[in-house]
Structure formats: C-alpha cells, structure tokens
Design a binder for this molecule. Structure first.
Ligand code: CMP
Length: 147
C-alpha cells in the first residue's frame, strides 16, 4: 500500500528558488504532495526537530542553518515513499552526491554535507514523528500554507 514520508526543502533550497523545480521532480517521480507548509523554524523548534543530533559537533551550525530562512515541509505519499524519497534526494554530502548520484536532488541544489538543500525521513517511524512535528504539534507559525 501507500506510505507517507516527510520531505523538506531547507532554507538554501527555498531562498535559491529551487522549490518549483523540486516539486516538479517529486510529482514526476510518482509522489503526491498531500500537504505542505512554508514555515520559519526558530532555535527551539529546529533543535527539537534534530534532537537526535544534539550531541554532534555540527549541531549548533545545523540549528543556525535551519533557522536562516523559511523551510517548506511536505507530506509525500507513494508506495515505498520513505526509501524512494531518500533515494531521490541522494547522499547527505552534496559534494559526494554530485559525483555518485548526479541526478539526485542534493546534486542539483546542495552545497556540502550541511547545506544539502533537502531532508527526508530515514525510517517509517521517523516519518510518523516528523509529519506530526510539522503538521500536528510543534510548528504553528505558518508563513503560508496550502491545501
Ligand atoms: P538531514 O538529512 O536533514 O539530517 C541531519 C542533517 O545534519 C543533515 O541533513 C545535514 O544538514 C546535517 N549534517 C549531517 N552530517 C553533517 C556533517 N558531517 N557536517 C555538517 N552537517 C551535517
């Protein structure tokens, strides 16, 4: 059956005007965008979203990056949505993606291992948590929402 995952266009993707191109790739790849929300994360919400990385050395930089501008969170639906979306975005390090996965979204618009343009849930349980995070619980300060 169908599955849902959380896809997100990060601040560099939104400010770099990649939103429409990425959405085209998403739809062409067989996903439905069943919900979306353009929102500005603050320090507290970005830290909560990336809680599992809080002990990593890159965490403070990650929080600064993720709060540097609006993000577009999307609920993506198709069969095997979690793994197919991870495949479509490519490896975390966008520099590596450009070599090993040249047709991936991170190869298209990512810069490096941090500013990698897009996010995807890494498991069905993460997907459930992250969809709730953006669409039910934590994030409420919408800039604009659709559908
Ligand atoms: P994402 O897939 O959203 O999950 C965690 C994020 O942390 C990742 O994308 C990057 O933006 C960031 N990240 C992961 N590894 C590193 C790293 N080695 N250096 C800097 N940022 C990283």
């Amino acid at each position: 059956g169908k599955e849902r995952t959380l896809g997100m266009i990060k601040p560099d993707g939104v400010s770099g005007n990649y939103t429409e191109e990425i959405k085209m790739i998403i739809v062409d790849s067989g996903f439905s965008i069943v919900n979306e929300r353009l929102t500005q994360l603050d320090k507290e919400t970005a830290s909560a979203f990336y809680e599992e990385h809080s002990s990593r050395s890159f965490f403070p930089d990650l929080v600064s990056y993720m709060t540097s501008g609006p993000v577009l969170a999307m609920v993506l639906e198709k069969r095997d949505a979690v793994s197919d979306w991870r495949g479509l975005i490519g490896p975390t390090d966008a520099q590596k993606a450009k070599i090993s996965h040249p047709h991936s979204i991170r190869a298209l618009c990512g810069k490096d291992s941090q500013r990698n343009c897009v996010h995807g849930s890494d498991s069905t349980s993460s997907a459930e948590r992250e969809i709730k995070f953006f669409f039910e619980d934590v994030v409420s300060d919408d800039i604009a929402s659709h559908q």
